[in-house]
Write a protein that binds this ligand. Structure first.
Ligand code: ATP
Length: 500
């Protein structure tokens, strides 16, 4: 019998239809992937399942019994837990306090039983072979990837029968993502149902038994995973045929140096980084996570301190803070890792997010031209296919992938021609990924210079002209042309010998 059966599920937000008569069914012991382009309704669906949002119409049965949770606690009482794309953790608490938050083991006197909490934490981390996490660590000191792992532990601490993973691998480095895929299979083998959302087809392929495809809030198809091709899946997801994900790599780099970095160092995180990024080039930055990639991008953008020299278009610059890094056509623009923390103002509209930092472009003689602003916003929304009810929709209410698109659009509007793209396709659907890669190549052809990091290694292999492989805060190797492969990047990232 199905563990979950959903019929005619509908949800509206004002004029925006998030779900329209969606259906879904899944069994205990399976990994069931939920696929669909950005804004298709996947997150809304699992928010309803996990009790975070109430549906307007339709029915849900769990174990054949009516299910309409009033809140996440009620969902949990029925054995359903979710790990969301955007994290819900509390920075001031420790790892273990976060894992057991509001469910702490208690003593007879009702105080938190710390010894028991520690024991349970260690047992949980051990049982599922969690990557190194220390229970007492303060959350604010952890990286995004580590916080994502804590979030997974928090979900599992509830010992759910149904675990929902929403883009849980997208913030994880390769090894940890691999661990999560194994864990997912283990959970299914224990008889649990795992509902798995990911925009990475290879992952879905690796672990899903079945898949359900959503489009525009409705269910388009349900497949046995081994009976359907990638092409069919993608076509059903995006409603059109996608010829290929990666554009042809036509070299457009000139001899002109756009960005030259020498002896760039920052604490123990970056040590003596030297490289030159040329006009018209897409320069990849790879390596194992945590070897300085993040610090390199942050420091180049002026968001964290570094020593060394930086030249932009042949002129030495001191990059003290993001404002200085940003200015005008000769400046630098960044797509940051942390889209909620650094990239977006969640309580501002799509329009404001796109234009706040470039307001001068619509101002003449001190007067703001709303018309020009509206025209540029419309152009960007259409160009990137940002799915918003109107440009006035608050950024915080967009789907995750559409938030990422707004950040991309905001960066393009700065007109800076040196672009720092840190994981620009995180959470973005395959159709849009293809468009972003094509856009990167088009920008390069127009003379933009692009520094590009992706946690999804095939993207580096297929999109970059050259790849800098980082290890221990320095550049271990520079790979070019035919020498770029996943294996060569990993080898350079791990082996001393390859560095020489
Ligand atoms: N609180 C809200 N207010 C207004 N609209 C909302 C709200 N939450 C979701 N939506 C809208 O509902 C639609 C479905 O969004 P949802 O987040 O479910 O998509 P998704 O399939 O998870 O997308 P992604 O792959 O980008 O994460 C989107 O158009 C979104 O803007």
């Amino acid at each position: 019998m199905d563990l979950v059966t959903v019929k005619g599920l509908s949800k509206r937000y004002g004029g925006i239809v998030a779900l329209s008569e969606a259906t879904f069914s899944a069994r205990a012991g399976e990994v069931h992937a939920l696929l669909g382009e950005n804004g298709a309704g996947k997150s809304t669906f699992i928010q309803i399942l996990s009790g975070a949002v109430r549906h307007d119409g339709g029915s849900i049965l769990v174990d054949g019994q009516d299910y309409r949770p009033a809140n996440p606690d009620a969902a949990q009482a029925r054995g359903i837990a979710a790990v969301f794309q955007e994290l819900s953790l509390i920075p001031d608490l420790s790892v273990e306090q976060n894992i057991w938050f509001r469910h702490e083991p208690r003593t007879l006197l009702s105080t938190v039983n710390r010894a028991e909490m520690r024991r349970k934490t260690l047992a949980l981390l051990d049982k599922y072979k969690f990557p190194a996490l220390r229970p007492e660590q303060e959350l604010r000191r952890l990286t995004l990837a580590e916080r994502q792992i804590v979030e997974i532990a928090k979900g599992l601490a509830k010992d759910p029968r149904i675990l929902i993973l929403d883009e849980a691998t997208s913030a994880l480095p390769a090894r940890e993502a691999e661990w999560l895929l194994k864990l997912t299979r283990q959970l299914a083998a224990e008889g649990r149902l795992v509902i798995f959302i990911s925009h990475r087809m290879a992952e879905v392929r690796a672990i899903a038994d079945r898949l359900t495809i959503f489009r525009n809030g409705s269910t388009i198809a349900v497949h046995e995973a081994n009976a359907v091709s990638d092409n069919e899946i993608v076509t059903q997801m995006i409603g059109r045929h996608l010829d290929r994900l990666y554009p042809e790599r036509i070299a457009t780099a000139t001899d002109r140096i756009a960005l030259k970095v020498k002896g760039f160092s920052s604490g123990s995180r970056l040590s003596g980084v030297d490289f030159a990024l040329r006009e018209g080039e897409v320069l990849g930055v790879g390596g194992l996570q945590g070897h300085g990639q993040r610090e390199l991008f942050q420091s180049l953008f002026g968001a964290s301190k570094a020593s060394g020299t930086v030249e932009l278009w042949g002129k030495p610059v001191s990059i003290g803070n993001p404002r200085q890094a940003l200015t005008g056509k000769d400046g630098i623009a960044l797509v940051p890792e942390d889209r909620r923390g650094q990239g977006l103002l969640l309580t501002k509209s799509v329009r404001e997010n796109l234009t706040l930092s470039v307001i001068k472009r619509f101002t003449e003689n001190g007067l703001l031209s709303r018309q020009r602003e509206a025209a540029l916003v419309k152009e960007m929304v259409d160009f990137l296919r940002i799915k918003a009810g109107t440009p006035e929709q608050l950024a915080g209410t967009l789907s995750g992938g559409n938030q990422q698109k707004v950040i991309f659009g905001k960066m393009l509007l700065t007109q800076a021609r040196v672009l720092l793209l840190y994981d620009p396709t995180r959470g973005v659907d395959v159709g849009t990924k293809g468009e972003i890669f094509q856009l990167m190549r088009d920008l390069a052809a127009k003379g933009y210079a692009i520094l590009f990091h992706s946690s999804d290694m095939p993207e580096l292999v297929h999109v970059a002209d050259r790849v800098l492989v980082m290890r221990n805060g320095g550049i271990a190797a520079t790979l070019e042309g035919d020498r770029i492969s996943e294996a060569s990047i990993l080898r350079a990232a791990m082996l001393e010998s390859e560095a020489a």
